[in-house]
Design a protein around this ligand. Structure first.
Ligand code: BEZ
Ligand code: FE
Length: 290
């Protein structure tokens, strides 16, 4: 490339960068400068053609049109499948190594789901009966009473209630509370692996790049307790075939649990009147003070 062309290209970037010099908000100025540097760097790096530029514009336009403001958020899905959501999560949760690790929130959370009693069943569709039980503690191991565990998972068909009109409202969702000793118990079904939605531009991107859309089986948690950092995480089934290739890069080893087969009762399962056999998983969530 001639010096003349190199000069023109550098000049464009300099001009755009300096157009943000008077931004009053220092953080916005930093973000705009960095964004321009990286986007221009990307365009230079791949020497983007005009055709590719237009394809990119169309892709992003379609991504916006696919969002419905309720449960379908194609931009979050794009961020998830590019690993941006997990990177933002990692940067924002550089907390104590003793606290439970966090993972991606995902687009299928619904606020205001029913409060459920200790050990109440939240599954109104078929599946393998499961009891997920454990404790919420602080980083010193002291039990945390009255923590709210907002949980959600898919039905056996791989869809969340809210996404699938055939499921009753609140199916496989609910807000549980830890008891006076920090213990919680959730009656549900064993989570299954499921594909993220592929009927939009993100699905096309996965197909074009020979990637699969599957997420390993998991149960979502958002745990809140005044004075502690909210904990957004999942528990993954340890035997899932997609643990090594989660479409959204959310898996952490410390978040994997085994659903063990129970053919006899313990005190908890017998007090809850669970029919045998069932699967049982246990976990201790560690919350960090704010
Ligand atoms: C989820 O686990 O619900 C999810 C996360 C990211 C993208 C799609 C779904
Ligand atoms: Fe999920």
């Amino acid at each position: 490339m001639s010096d003349h062309n190199t000069h023109i290209e550098a000049q464009i970037s300099r001009q755009v960068l300096s157009s943000f010099d008077k931004t009053p908000d220092a953080r916005l100025k930093q973000i705009m400068h960095s964004l321009v540097r990286h986007v221009h760097g990307f365009v230079r790096d791949v020497e983007l053609t005009e055709r590719e530029w237009l394809d990119g514009i169309r892709f992003l336009t379609e991504t916006g049109h696919k969002c419905d403001g309720l449960v379908r958020q194609e931009f979050i899905l794009l961020s998830d499948t590019l690993g941006v959501s997990m990177l933002v999560d990692a940067i924002n949760h550089r907390h104590s190594a003793d606290a439970t690790q966090t993972t991606v929130f995902g687009p299928f959370y619904i606020e205001g789901m029913p409060e459920r009693a200790f050990g109440e069943n939240m599954a109104f569709t078929p599946g393998e009966a499961a009891l997920v039980r454990g404790r919420v503690v602080d980083v010193h191991g002291n039990p945390l009473a009255d923590a709210v565990l907002d949980v959600w998972q898919t039905a056996e068909n791989g869809m969340y209630s809210g996404q699938d009109p055939a499921q009753p409202v609140g199916n496989l969702r609910g807000c549980y509370r830890s008891n006076g000793d920090g213990y919680f118990a959730i009656r549900t079904i064993v989570p299954v692996c499921y594909p993220i939605p592929t009927d939009g531009p993100v699905g096309r991107m996965l197909k074009a790049t020979n990637r699969h859309p599957w997420r390993p089986a998991h149960l979502h948690f958002m745990i809140e307790k005044p004075g502690y950092r909210p904990l957004v995480t999942h528990l993954f089934n340890r035997d899932d075939p997609y643990l090594e290739s989660d479409a959204v890069f959310g898996v952490k080893q410390s978040l994997q649990v085994i659903y063990e087969e129970r053919v006899t009762h313990d005190d908890l399962s017998s007090s809850l009147g669970i029919a045998l056999p069932f699967k049982r998983a246990s976990y201790e969530f560690v919350m960090e003070a704010e």
